[in-house]
Design a protein around this ligand. Structure first.
Ligand code: CIR
Length: 269
């Protein structure tokens, strides 16, 4: 199968340093709350190093005292070709994190802000070939998904919505797309029945076991190279036996604030 990477932006990314007040980050899902800001920043440094090892030019915004969750930039913008959609953040304490991200992205892209009633976290959006998967969650409402659908349609992309149970933070918490045509999904969170429209359309689904569901979130690059979270041996085995090369990052301190790999960057070129 010919894998077409032309629609995936993988040359430049934005990230943001861990907030000096990261210990106050929201941790309502799998995280127990971060305890060590220095160790969290060290993990973030290794994350950025891993992106750079894959040839990505990374701009790093300063951390914000007033926004303990600011490192999770994925939530603050969704790039659709040459347009950055700037959402209204789904959690009130995170509103405002978008400002500096928008300023940076507007040097390279057009930007469009969502109307006030439309809530969305970028963590509820997964790009898969000619469509976006959008989670309707405690952070993303129907108005947010509908606004995003309109923007995506202008570039010829469809949107497929998924109801995310209140026990799960975001859609990207339980799945990601490591390369065109492939979705990695967590057993027990997503089901074959739910993903049937995708598999009927030729998408390959790689399942990771429920007890390693955190590891379903990963970042893929051309030539089947992946950044995955350290400490999930069965997932690593499954991916390696499917032919992927893996570079691990220890995400334990970032996981403590309910953050995953994709949450810490936005690819925009
Ligand atoms: C939050 O609850 O907003 C942060 N503690 C975690 C955000 C993680 N972002 C993501 O999954 N895209």
């Amino acid at each position: 199968m010919v894998v077409d990477w032309s629609r995936r932006k993988r040359t430049r990314a934005v990230a943001r340093r861990i907030s000096p007040n990261f210990q106050d980050a929201i941790a309502n899902f799998f995280g127990s709350g971060p305890t060590d800001v220095g160790a969290s920043q060290a993990a973030h440094d290794d994350y950025v190093a891993a992106l750079r090892e894959h040839g990505i030019e990374v701009d790093i915004l300063p951390g914000l005292d007033g926004h303990p969750d600011c490192a999770f930039v994925e939530d603050t913008a969704v790039v659709v070709d040459g347009v950055a959609v700037i959402p209204r953040m789904g959690h009130p304490s995170r509103e405002g994190e978008q400002v500096a991200v928008k300023a940076l992205l507007s040097e390279y892209l057009d930007t469009i802000e969502m109307p006030e009633d439309a809530k969305m976290d970028g963590g509820d959006v997964v790009f898969l070939d000619d469509r976006y998967l959008v989670g309707l969650s405690t952070r993303t409402n129907k108005a947010g998904a509908a606004f995003f659908r309109q923007v995506a349609a202008r570039s010829g992309y469809g949107v497929m919505e998924f109801e995310i149970p209140a026990s799960t933070l975001h859609l990207t918490t339980v799945c990601s797309s490591p390369r065109p045509g492939v979705l990695v999904a967590a057993e027990g969170h997503l089901t074959s029945a739910l993903l049937k429209p995708l598999t009927d359309d030729g998408v390959e689904v790689i399942w990771v076991p429920n007890e390693e569901s955190y590891a379903a979130n990963m970042i893929g690059f051309e030539d089947d190279r992946l950044i995955i979270s350290a400490g999930y041996p069965e997932t690593e085995r499954i991916l390696q036996s499917a032919g992927y090369q893996t570079r691990t990052v220890d995400m334990a301190h970032i996981r403590a604030a309910d953050g995953s790999l994709t949450c810490c960057s936005i690819f925009y070129q």
